[in-house]
Design a protein around this ligand. Sequence first.
Ligand SMILES: [Mn+2]
Length: 359
Amino acid sequence: MANERLQHLQAKLQTQELDAMLVTDATNITYLTGFTGEESALLVSATHAWLITDSRFTEQVKVEVTNAEMVLHQAGVLAEAGTLATTHALHRIGFEAETLVYAAYAKLPATVEWIATTNLVAQLREVKDATELALIQRAIEIAEAGYQHVLATIQPGMTEAAVALDLEVYMRQLGASGPSFETIVASGARSAMPHGAATDKVIEAGDVVTLDWGCVYHGYMSDLTRTFAVGEPDPQIRAIYKVVYAANARVTALMAPGVTGRAINDCAHGFIDAAGYGQYFGHGTGHGIGLSIHEGPGAWGVYNQVGQVPGNVETNEPGIYLPGIGGVRIEDDLLITADGAQLLSTPAPAEILVVKVSD
Ligand SMILES: [Mn+2]
């Protein structure tokens, strides 16, 4: 699998008129070689790949990497890339403009013509292969098992932070290496904060709870949101839940190859606008997931005119947030297929789920 990925990048070198590509983004290196260490670089020519690293990672490279030659640097990763370029007559080398910081750029050896490139590896990562899809699916299953555990245990008196910790421990027990981002548990009026990370606020009877969470499984991430209530919620919460549920369902029905990010975003925003809640839905409608929690085909903002393609894995996450009252968001993970989209997560209920408060 890793060899195929490397070949896809090598095919791009020709169209970019590059002799080689210097990959410094750690996640991109993982994608191309399987290497999970840090502070290393991957130099890829048309016919060869060198993983430039140091003695801390010698044994790890032997276990993880089969498609690149290990080179241990003495004077720094970038200096070593320059030495390899001279030895192998590589003159025009691309670097990753999004992630190479200026201080590193200033250290690139002057013996090479360095060409800024954008998204070369990121674009490859947008289309998931079978191995990746299986890992994402497992990351979703573990997250959903964690959610069932939360529903079975959450009660008034628990803090948001206690719920988050309990969820994260549960997911790790099932094989996750950790949460895919800081778990959001936003209860009561705090649920009107779209990214309200868990605090020491105590959950009370009648609180709506927005849980936005996911886990990492063998490097791959899930990202889900469910909104439920602990005891009977405010009627306005019940009402906006139905609107968000319908907006989410419309997006799922629309998602297919060729549909642009903008069209998807317009679908969710148009529906919520028409229901009268447009001013309470400020964020985009979704994003790609994979080795990163936010990746291509890009946040679905109004400027995204790129059509979806089969193999994209994306979130669908409309929401409505009423200041002082609370918010609702429903987020699913979907795979773009040949003729539509396949829901990878378990569908949310059409009416808000109410956890019974025990006596
Ligand atoms: Mn998300």
